[in-house]
Design a protein around this ligand. Structure first.
Ligand SMILES: NC(=O)c1ccc[n+]([C@@H]2O[C@H](COP(=O)([O-])OP(=O)(O)OC[C@H]3O[C@@H](n4cnc5c(N)ncnc54)[C@H](OP(=O)(O)O)[C@@H]3O)[C@@H](O)[C@H]2O)c1
Length: 328
């Protein structure tokens, strides 16, 4: 089978397509023929091995896992004799997390991993595209800062993968939502349900006196200190991007302020929490309360171009990699 293989950290050129043996499921495993996976901002950081402290988990000198890719949609082709949750032909969605393996034609996963039946009314591209951004945003809005109806929520990076999902989720939970993006993405963010949109290229937020109960900086571009004036009395500043300054602020500054800074590595939480979020996200997707924003779709053969595009930091929503020749 075809699989992307990496043998070191670096730019998009480290991603090579190779022929390797198709895996065989063990008695508790399912064999999935992968049809689509998404190219996430996190997967480009894992490819580069940056920030460097991430290598403590990913592998010090080179990646521990040779096939990247953390989420997938596909069809079950074979099951082990002890598998009871799934059958051959089921269409499933899975999150593989740090075990990766989704940039390939096939993968074997134990049936008790983060796997769920794919909602029937969505395409494999929409399904896999929603996993990273929406599950991350939902985790923040559930565990770090549960949204109360009527609260004012600001989403920075509202045109990205986490951002496009966060705008829709915050709106779904009854918040008054503002988004921050560049002028070219204002219409998109409005269409997703934002009540107000600030253009970051014109410093529109900084010029305003608005305050928010929650500021979710999905792209890690804002300063907690500069944003404090935009936080309400007990406002929360959330970010999924860890830097040394974020860590230091979280440990030494935020505990002594009524306005807290919170970071979470949502992909490293307990499996039952990840499963809870995946189920909820699929429910919302199925009932059209959440939609996947898809920017570009690439075939597996263009894996390097797909990563290079995500490297630009300019993607709108999600970038999908289609795998296999059959149209999904
Ligand atoms: N902690 C966790 O559990 C976790 C989980 C998943 C991802 N992450 C991390 O979260 C971050 C965001 O991921 P993502 O996939 O949502 O990003 P993304 O989709 O790659 O973000 C791209 C978007 O960000 C916008 N953007 C760029 N600079 C901006 C700025 N200064 N202000 C506002 N918007 C700006 C871009 O719009 P323009 O082109 O208009 O600039 C673009 O639409 C990544 O660092 C990722 O590694 C963390």
């Amino acid at each position: 089978m075809k699989s992307v293989i990496v043998n070191g950290y670096g730019g998009a050129e480290v991603l090579k397509i190779k022929e390797i043996n198709k895996p065989t499921p063990k008695e508790n495993e399912i064999l999935i023929r992968i049809k689509a996976t998404s190219i996430t901002a996190a997967s480009t950081m894992m490819r580069e091995g940056k920030p460097y402290f991430g290598r403590l988990f990913l592998g010090l000198r080179k990646p521990k896992v040779t096939t990247p890719g953390t989420d997938l949609a596909g069809t079950i082709e074979q099951i082990g004799e002890k598998v009871s949750r799934f059958k051959v032909g089921d269409q499933v969605l899975a999150e593989t997390g740090l075990n990766c393996g989704a940039y390939a034609e096939y993968i074997c996963l134990a049936e008790d991993e983060i796997i769920i039946h794919q909602p029937e009314n969505v395409s494999v591209e929409e399904a896999t595209g929603i996993l990273d951004g929406a599950c991350t945003a939902l985790a923040f809005f559930t565990d770090q800062a549960p949204i109360k109806k009527g609260q004012k929520v600001l989403i920075n990076g509202a045109s990205g993968s986490i951002g496009t999902a966060a705008v829709q989720l915050a709106k779904h939970f009854g918040a008054e939502v503002s988004g921050v993006c560049s002028g070219k993405n204002k219409a998109l963010v409005k269409d997703l349900g934002a009540d107000k949109v600030f253009d970051y290229t014109k410093n529109e937020l900084e010029k305003s006196n608005e305050q928010f109960d929650i500021i979710f900086d999905t792209v890690g571009k804002l300063s907690y200190f500069k944003m404090k004036k935009h936080l309400s009395k007990k406002g929360l500043f959330l970010t999924p991007v860890l830097s040394l300054s974020t860590l230091a602020t979280m440990l030494f500054v935020s505990p002594f302020s009524a306005k807290k800074l919170k970071f979470a590595a949502t992909g490293m939480r307990k499996p039952e929490l990840k499963m809870r979020d995946l189920i909820k996200v699929c429910e919302l997707l199925k009932t059209n309360k959440l939609n996947t924003v898809i920017d570009r779709i690439y075939p597996l053969e263009q894996i390097q171009q797909a990563h290079a595009y995500v490297d630009t930091g300019r993607k709108r929503g999600n970038v999908i990699l289609q795998i296999g020749s059959e149209k999904a």
